[in-house]
Design a protein around this ligand. Structure first.
Ligand code: SAM
Length: 306
């Protein structure tokens, strides 16, 4: 059960007997649960409660402030999509920025592209990075690529200092829109994102669930349309351990060469160098790329015909 004041309970207090239940006012009245084999880590950083447990069915699980961020079994469905949807939509991205993503999984996916020259990451919480290196080594291996520059700090402040037109692509792999990630969903942040992208550059952000947060998505789409004069699109994927089992992405481009997000210009799935050095993709392929932009009618009415 939730705490009496209705606030989400932190990790350990939600382990009721032998199960972890994800309880939050952001998805009131329901909770996803996993059987816990062993709690591997519990700590508190300046920003959030951090917990890692070994589950009986999804491998190791990273939980921040009581909310599941990554499980070993289904992380591919989010990390591969949030990375390859934007990067396969433009020719030869060279400079890529990741905001959040402290587990390293997105970095691992970006490092598949041999033509990417620079991969910057700004994660607010070094405890997430340290814990991921220990308990999610196959994701945190992303930090070992020599093209990666790790900045520990707030993504909002970091972007303000970035010179105009620096990046070909920005990936915002954030937690949900409560602190410390709240500002990563707000208009001033996206004005900085647009300014930091080159003309025709792309941004992909985590954009909540069509089953839970249609009103939030509607607001997000409205703000992005005001800022991104190239195109604004919504895609989605299935992630069993995320609230309601799906997660969305907003894909936007700045004014410049037009980007047709639904029809990828690059096929990373067939890139032999990537498969040889990083192993085959588990989830993403070109067909699922295009399919991800097909929306159920109830979502289409809100997102496409506002
Ligand atoms: N990679 C996962 C996924 O596939 O969805 C999970 C998301 S990732 C672990 C979210 C990260 O965003 C967390 O490590 C959190 O510390 C970070 N974060 C939250 N607010 C931030 C901010 N303002 N600036 C930079 N990073 C932030």
């Amino acid at each position: 059960a939730a705490a009496e004041d209705g606030k989400p309970m932190d990790g350990i207090s939600a382990v009721i007997p032998g199960w972890f239940s994800e309880i939050s006012p952001m998805w009131a009245g329901k909770a996803y649960s996993l059987k816990v084999e062993e709690i591997l880590f519990q700590g508190k950083s300046e920003y959030q409660n951090v917990m890692v447990f070994q589950s009986s069915t999804y491998g190791n699980v990273l939980v921040l402030d009581g909310v599941i961020q990554v499980t070993e079994r289904d992380e591919c469905a989010c990390q591969e999509m949030i990375t390859h949807l934007p990067l396969c939509s433009i020719p030869n991205p060279r400079k890529v920025l990741v905001i959040g993503g402290g587990d390293g999984g997105v970095l691992h996916e970006v490092s598949r592209y041999s033509f990417v020259e620079q991969i910057d990451i700004c994660e607010i919480d070094d405890l997430v990075v340290d814990v991921s290196k220990k308990f999610f080594p196959h994701l945190a291996i992303g930090f070992e690529d020599p093209r990666v520059n790790l900045h520990i700090g707030d993504g909002v402040a970091f972007l303000k200092s970035v010179p105009e037109g620096t990046y070909d692509a920005i990936i915002v792999d954030s937690s949900d829109l409560i602190d410390p990630a709240q500002e990563l969903f707000e208009k001033p942040f996206f004005e900085s994102v647009a300014r930091s992208l080159r003309p025709g550059g792309v941004v992909c952000t985590q954009a909540e669930s069509i089953w839970l947060h249609m009103h939030i998505i509607e607001d997000i789409v409205n703000v992005r349309r005001q800022i991104f004069k190239g195109s604004v699109n919504y895609a989605w994927t299935t992630v069993p351990t995320y609230p309601s089992g799906v997660i969305g992405f907003m894909l936007c481009s700045t004014e410049g060469p037009p980007i047709d997000f639904q029809n990828p210009v690059y096929n990373i799935d067939e890139d032999e160098k990537s498969n040889e050095s990083k192993g085959p993709l588990k989830f993403y392929n070109s067909e699922i790329h295009s399919a991800a932009f097909c929306l159920p009618s109830f979502a289409k009415r809100v997102i496409e015909f506002q």
